[in-house]
Design a protein around this ligand. Structure first.
Ligand SMILES: CC(C)(COP(=O)(O)OP(=O)(O)OC[C@H]1O[C@@H](n2cnc3c(N)ncnc32)[C@H](O)[C@@H]1OP(=O)(O)O)[C@@H](O)C(=O)NCCC(=O)NCCS
Length: 139
């Protein structure tokens, strides 16, 4: 398994497609507030604008892309694994690999309270539940 730096090697159509597919697979519990899927053009511009401190594609066996993980400027981690590759340890591996790469920081994971998979994963990784955030209005 390996992390492939999206910024070091600007993603070609292949990398952009994987990131887009992950967006399309999001459901209402995957993100904190469910947003609609952006257009391809908007997605491409977003990725190329380098919105996060770090962003990696997650490659599994045979370098097959299975997901992606990012780290925001506020040290928030966000990971998503392709639906057909979940529950094989990739999410856990990627979180550990990113934290090993970026060293000792206070890491945060913003998780939808209905996202049982993510809650179980971050809890198993040792994250503590520290706050509940309430939102007024919709994206
Ligand atoms: C959350 C997510 C990243 C987990 O990735 P994954 O590769 O499937 O997770 P892992 O295989 O490493 O699972 C680690 C542990 O998390 C828990 N877990 C994972 N999926 C679960 C599920 N569907 N239900 C309950 N627990 C689950 C289990 O404890 C699991 O350990 P186990 O398989 O030994 O029982 C993945 O489900 C996903 O991409 N979801 C959509 C995006 C998202 O919600 N991201 C989180 C925002 S930070």
């Amino acid at each position: 398994m390996q992390l492939i730096d999206v910024y070091a090697d600007p993603p070609g159509e292949g990398g952009l497609s994987i990131l887009y597919r992950l967006l399309q697979e999001r459901d209402e519990t995957s993100s904190i507030s469910h947003r609609t899927v952006p257009t391809w053009e908007r997605h491409k511009n977003f990725v190329l604008s380098r919105p996060y401190k770090a962003w990696y594609l997650i490659a599994g066996e045979n370098e097959e892309p299975v997901g992606a993980i990012y780290l925001t400027q506020a040290n928030e981690l966000g990971v998503s694994i392709r639906k057909d590759r979940r529950r094989r340890g990739y999410g856990t591996w990627a979180m550990r690999a990113l934290m090993a790469k970026h060293g000792w920081l206070v890491y945060l994971a913003n998780v939808n309270p209905r996202n049982e998979a993510s809650i179980a994963m971050v809890t198993a990784l040792g994250f503590r539940h520290i706050q509940n955030t309430y939102q007024l209005g919709k994206y």
